[in-house]
Design a protein around this ligand. Sequence first.
Ligand code: ADP
Ligand code: MG
Length: 698
Amino acid sequence: MKELELKHVYKDYKLANKEKYTALTDINISFDKGELVSIIGESGSGKSTLMNLIGGLDSDYQGIINIGGKDLKNFKDKQLDDYRKKKIGFVFQSFNLIPHLSVLDNVTIPLTLSNIKESEKNEKATNLLTKLGLKEHIKKKPTQLSGGQKQRVAIARALINDPDIILADEPTGALDSSTTSQILNILKEIADDGKLVIMVTHSDKVAQISSRVVEISDGKIVRDEKRENYIKNTEKHLIETAKENTKNKKEGHLSFFSALKLSIHNMWASKTKNFLMAFGVSISLIAMIIMLSFGSGLTGYISALAEDYSNPNYVTISKSGKDRDGNPIEDNAASMFLPKMFEESEISEITNDLNSQLEQQNNDFRIISDGDDINITYGFSMMTMMSGNISYDPKSGNLDDIKTESIMYTYTTPPYYDENNLITKTGHISGENEIMLSSAVLKLIDVEDPEEVIGKKVTLNIDFKLSDTTLSIKKDVSISAIVDVSAFASMMVMYVDYDYLNDCVKEAQSNASISPTGLKPSLLFIHTDSEETTDFLNNYISNNRKDLSGSIEEQLSSMFSEMMSTFSIALAIISGISLIVALIMITVVLYMSVSERTREIGVLKSIGARKKDIRLIFSTESLLVGVLSGLTGIIFSLIIGGLLALVLKSLIGFAPISMLWYYFVGALVISVLISVLAGLYPSSKAAKLDPVESLRHE
Ligand code: ADP
Ligand code: MG
C-alpha cells in the first residue's frame, strides 16, 4: 500500500460571477515512505494548490486522495484536525513562525494543542532544536534569527509530532545558497529516516538532491522522474528524537491555561495598544465607581445628619412650601431663601388637628400651648447663603477673618440642645447677648482649640428681610460655645436663643417705629411623652399634611434622596452609554487583532488547531482585556477617589465619598462580561477563517 495516493484529482477555484478557474486537472500520482520528492513548475502552475490538498487544508476538490489507504474525503472535521496535527508537518517559504512566541514555544505549539505536559514538550523540543544546531537560540524571538535559523525552527515544529509526511512549500525560496544546502540536507535526512518529504521548489539545482522530481505545468503533471543515483543515508538522526516519548501518551486538547499563556504572550507583544484599550474601557468603570461612591457617600452623610439630629422626644414642624395636597405654592425663586413663618391662626389649626388625631388614636398626649406645662416651643431658621444678610463683624482676637457671606445658616437653638452638643468644655448654651458657632467656623479662622474663642466679643449684624420690611439688628454679643453636631459641623452656622432673637426683633421694630410684634416662628418643636407618640405624629404629618415638613435636617434628607434617585437614573444612562462605547471599542480592537493575525491563525490551523482552539485563544484574550480593564479601572478609581476625598476634605471639611468593595467587584465583573461579549464575534470570525486563504494573507 502506498503512503499517499491521488486519483483523478481536480481542483477548481470559484471566481466571481459563477466562473471557475481549474488549477489542477486529473492528477494521478502516488508516493512512498522515504521518498524526497521535488515538485517543480512555473509560478502559478498549481504546486501550492496540490500541497494544500495533500495537507488537508483544502477539502474542496474532486477525485480521491488516499492517505495510508483511507480516503481524505471521508474525514470528519475532527479527523482532519488530527490528520494535520499528527500526520502532516508543514514547512513554508516564509517560515510562518509566530512572532510573539519564543523559538521554544514556536516548536512546542503542536504539542500545546494536544495539552502535553510542559516539561515533557520542552524537553522534546530542546532535543530537536539541539539536533538542528539551535541550542543557544531557544529563548530568542523569531525576529532575532537569520533566515536559515528560522527555517530550521519551522522544520523542528513540523517534526515535533513525528508526522509521516513533511510538506515543504518552497522551503529555500527565501534563503541564500549556503543556507539552502543546509536546509536541503536536513530535509534529505528526514526522508532517509523513512518519512515522505514532498518539497516544492523553483530551482532545478535544488531538485538535484531529490529521489524523485515531479513537474507540474498548467495544473497537469508533465514529468515524473525517479533519480537512480540518489544515495540513501541509513544513519538515524532527527526522527529518533521526534519519536521519543510520543508513544502511549494520553492526548488532550488545548487547555485554558495554555491558551492563557499564549494570550499573555500576544498581549505583551502589543502592550501599548492593549494598555490604551484597557485604559479606554476603564474610564467608564472609573466614572461609574466614582459616581456610585459619591452617591453613597452623600446619602450616608445626609442620613447620618438626619439621624444625628432627630431627637426621639421631639416632633419638629416647618412649612413645606406646598399646599395640603402637595402642590407647590406659587413662589418666586428668591422667596426660597426667606423663612416660612407660621401665623398664630396656623399654629392653632395645626395644634387642633394633631390633638384630634391623637384623640382618635386614644393617645392621652395633647399639645398644650397655654399654661405651665406648655409643650410646644418656637424656633426660627434662616438661610443666609445667598443674601448674605447677616454680617458678623469681628471686634477682637483672632476672629478678624470671619466674612459676612460665610455664615450660611442662622438657627435658633433647638430646645433639646444641651452640653452634649458642645465641644467647648467651659462653654454653655447661649442666652441673652450670646451666640454659638458651629465648629466649621473654627476652620475658617484657623483656630484649633475651640476654648480660644469662648467669651470673645463680636458684633452681630442681622438684616431681616421679612417679606416687605427689612429690619436691622446690630448687637454686641459674646461667643458662649462651639457646637458640634456632625450634620452642621461642616456648615457655617450661627446659633441664637429664640427668646433673645425675639427681643432683638422687637427692639429693631421699635427703632423703626413699627409696632413691636416680635418674631414669628418658622419651626415648631413639640415635646412628646414618648417615642411612640413622636412616630405617630411624624407619620401623620408626612402622610396627611403635605403643607408641613419636619426639621431642616429631614427636609435636606428628603431633598437629597430625591436628588439621588434622579442621579441614579442619570448614572444608569451614562454608564450604559459608556459601556456600549467600550463594548464597540473592544470589538473593533479584537477584530483588528484577528485580521492582523490572520496568517498566525492559518499557521495554527495548518498544525492542527481546531476551530475550538482558535476560539479559545481569542476568547481568552478578550477575557484578559476585561480583567486588565477592570483592574486598571479599580486602581485609577482608588487613586482618583482618594485625591477627590483629600481635595473635598480640605475645601468643605468632609468627604462624602464612600467606596464600597462591591463597586469594585461589580466593575470587574461588568468589564469582564462586556469584554467576553465583545470577543464573541471576533473569535468566531477567527475560528471560521479558511486556512489556505489565511496562509496566503500578506
Ligand atoms: P504555484 O504555487 O504553483 O505558484 P498556486 O497553486 O498557488 O501556484 O496557484 C495555481 C493557480 O491557481 C494560479 O493561477 C493562481 O492564480 C490560482 N489560484 C490560487 N489560489 C486561488 C484562489 N483562492 N482563487 C482563485 N485562483 C487561485
Ligand atoms: Mg506556490
